[in-house]
Design a protein around this ligand. Structure first.
Ligand code: HEC
Length: 264
C-alpha cells in the first residue's frame, strides 16, 4: 500500500513537473482583467480597439478562421448593439465585412475570384495555405489566433506578456536571422519579430496607442474570440443559482408545513 502511494506521488510530481516545464520560461505578467471573476465582462471599448489592432497589424500574418463577421455583433461581442438583437442586421458587421477581400469560387470558368466580404464569411486567412505562410515567415507558421488564449496555459496573461515581452538577447545567446528574443515564449527564441510599436495604430477614440495599451486591447479581443459565450454563460449561471435558492426556500417552507403537527 505504502509503495503504491509512493509511486503515485512520484507520478503526480512528474506530471506536475512536466506541465511546468512545458510552460513559458519567465513568469507571466498577471493583469487584472475585466473579464475575470463570476461577474466579469469584456471591456467592449477595449475589445473594439483590439479588433482594430488585429486587423491593421496581426491579420497580415495570422488568420482568425473560426470567427465570422456577424459574430462581432452577437450578444456579448465587442460590437454588440442592443438596438440590433439580431446580429445579422447590425450595419457595423456589414461595414467590417466589406473592408475584407474574400476569395470565392470557382466561377463558371473554374477560376477563383475575389469579392468584398459579407457578414456570413469567416475572417479570410492572409495566406493561401500553410506552406505559403511558412515560406513568407522564414519557415515558421503563424498560428491561427481564434483559440490562442485557450490553447496556452493562463492564455490571456500569456498573450499579453508575450506581446510586451520582447527583449534584447542576453549576452551569450545567439539568435539566427529572423529570430527575436522573448523570454515569455517557450525556448525564448521566436520567429515573430516584435509586432507592436508605440503608435502602430491610431485609435479613433483618442486612446494613446502604446505597446502596453494595444497588447491589453488585443487580449480583450482575442479572449472574446476564444470564449464568445462567456457573458451569457455567467448570466445563466447566476439565474440557475437564484432558481435553486428560491427552490430551497420553498422546500424548506413546505417541510416545515408538512411536519408542523408531528411531535419529534
Ligand atoms: C510578419 C508576420 C507576423 C505578424 C505581423 C504577427 N505575427 Fe504573430 N507570429 C508570427 C510567426 C511566424 C509566429 C510563429 C513563431 C514561432 O513559432 O517561433 C507567430 C506566433 C505568434 C503567437 C504564438 C506564440 C506561441 O505561444 O506559439 C502569437 C500568440 C502571436 N504570434 C500573436 C500575434 C499578434 C497578437 C500579432 C499582432 C499584434 C502578431 N502575432 C503579428 C508572425 C507574425
Amino acid at each position: 500500500m505504502l509503495k503504491r502511494i509512493a509511486s503515485f506521488a512520484v507520478l503526480a510530481a512528474f506530471v506536475a513537473g512536466s506541465a511546468i516545464a512545458a510552460g513559458p520560461k519567465a513568469d507571466l505578467k498577471d493583469v487584472d482583467w475585466s473579464f475575470e471573476g463570476p461577474f466579469g465582462t469584456y471591456d467592449k471599448a477595449s475589445a473594439q480597439r483590439g479588433f482594430q489592432v488585429y486587423q491593421e497589424v496581426c491579420a497580415a500574418c495570422h488568420s482568425l478562421k473560426y470567427v465570422a463577421f456577424y459574430n462581432l455583433t452577437d450578444k456579448g461581442a465587442p460590437f454588440y448593439n442592443p438596438d440590433f438583437p439580431n446580429s445579422n442586421e447590425n450595419p457595423v458587421a456589414k461595414a467590417i465585412a466589406k473592408m475584407f477581400t474574400v476569395s470565392d469560387g470557382p466561377d463558371e470558368t473554374g477560376d477563383m475570384f475575389d469579392r468584398p466580404g459579407v457578414i456570413s464569411d469567416k475572417f479570410p486567412a492572409p495566406f493561401a495555405n500553410d506552406m505559403a505562410a511558412m515560406a513568407s515567415n522564414g519557415g515558421a507558421l503563424p498560428p491561427d489566433l481564434s483559440l490562442m488564449t485557450r490553447a496556452r496555459v493562463d492564455g490571456s496573461n500569456y498573450l499579453y506578456s508575450l506581446l510586451v515581452g520582447y527583449k534584447d538577447a542576453p549576452e551569450g545567446v545567439e539568435l539566427s536571422s529572423g529570430m527575436s528574443y522573448n523570454p515569455m515564449f517557450s525556448g525564448s527564441k521566436i520567429a515573430m519579430a516584435p509586432p507592436l510599436f508605440d503608435g502602430s495604430v491610431e485609435y479613433s477614440d483618442g486612446t494613446k496607442a502604446s505597446v502596453d495599451q494595444m497588447a491589453k486591447d488585443l487580449t480583450q479581443f482575442l479572449t472574446w474570440a476564444a470564449d464568445p459565450k462567456m457573458e451569457q454563460r455567467k448570466a445563466t449561471g447566476w439565474a440557475v443559482m437564484l432558481y435553486l435558492l428560491i427552490l430551497a426556500i420553498l422546500l424548506y417552507g413546505s417541510y416545515r408545513a408538512v411536519w408542523r403537527n408531528v411531535k419529534h
